[in-house]
Ligand binder design. Structure first.
Ligand SMILES: Nc1nc2c(ncn2[C@@H]2O[C@H](COP(=O)(O)OP(=O)(O)OP(=O)(O)O)[C@@H](O)[C@H]2O)c(=O)[nH]1
Ligand SMILES: [Mg+2]
Length: 138
């Protein structure tokens, strides 16, 4: 899981592992169920990108997580090229989206980063998670 601070990485890990959703700030790389969670600081600070590469060394898939409320762009164009496994985009907080254009903008950011398949989800209501899980575990 990789994405800006507060984008929903830990909450998504908790959903995927069937755990209670409980806010917990991520300070280091952590294993939650079958997911590798990373701190948002690792993408927001270029100097720490190498840590993401190390964290993803044994991953089968990388999820770029972007929420559609805070649309500040921390991904580089073609960011996915840094990883040797498939990269998928997850657009979170669709329950808070001010309108469909916010979701479309988040999708554009993820596509520019190289995540060509994107899943809009709400980690509050669970909307969209079935499709994402189907894709991940196929
Ligand atoms: N309404 C709503 N809240 C969400 C959603 N996803 C995450 N949140 C909330 O956003 C906050 C931050 O979520 P986290 O999962 O901790 O974010 P993170 O990406 O792990 O953040 P860092 O550990 O700081 O990098 C929490 O209070 C979550 O409950 C969503 O889809 N909808
Ligand atoms: Mg976290």
């Amino acid at each position: 899981m990789l994405g800006p601070i507060g984008s929903g990485k830990t909450t998504l890990c908790q959903w995927l592992a069937g755990l209670e959703r409980e806010y917990s700030k991520t300070y280091s790389v952590e294993l939650i169920g079958g997911s590798i969670d990373t701190p948002g600081e690792y993408i927001e600070n270029r100097g720490l990108w190498y840590r993401l590469k190390v964290a993803a060394a044994d991953a089968e898939m990388v999820l770029f997580v972007q929420d559609c409320v805070n649309l500040s762009n921390h991904f580089a164009p073609g960011h996915s090229a840094m990883f040797s496994c498939p990269v998928v985009g997850v657009i979170t907080k669709i329950d808070l989206a001010p309108g469909p254009e916010a979701i479309a903008e988040a999708k554009t950011l993820l596509e520019l980063a190289g995540a060509n398949t994107c899943f809009p989800v709400s980690l509050l209501t669970g909307e969209g998670l079935d499709k994402l899980k189907e894709f991940i575990y196929a």
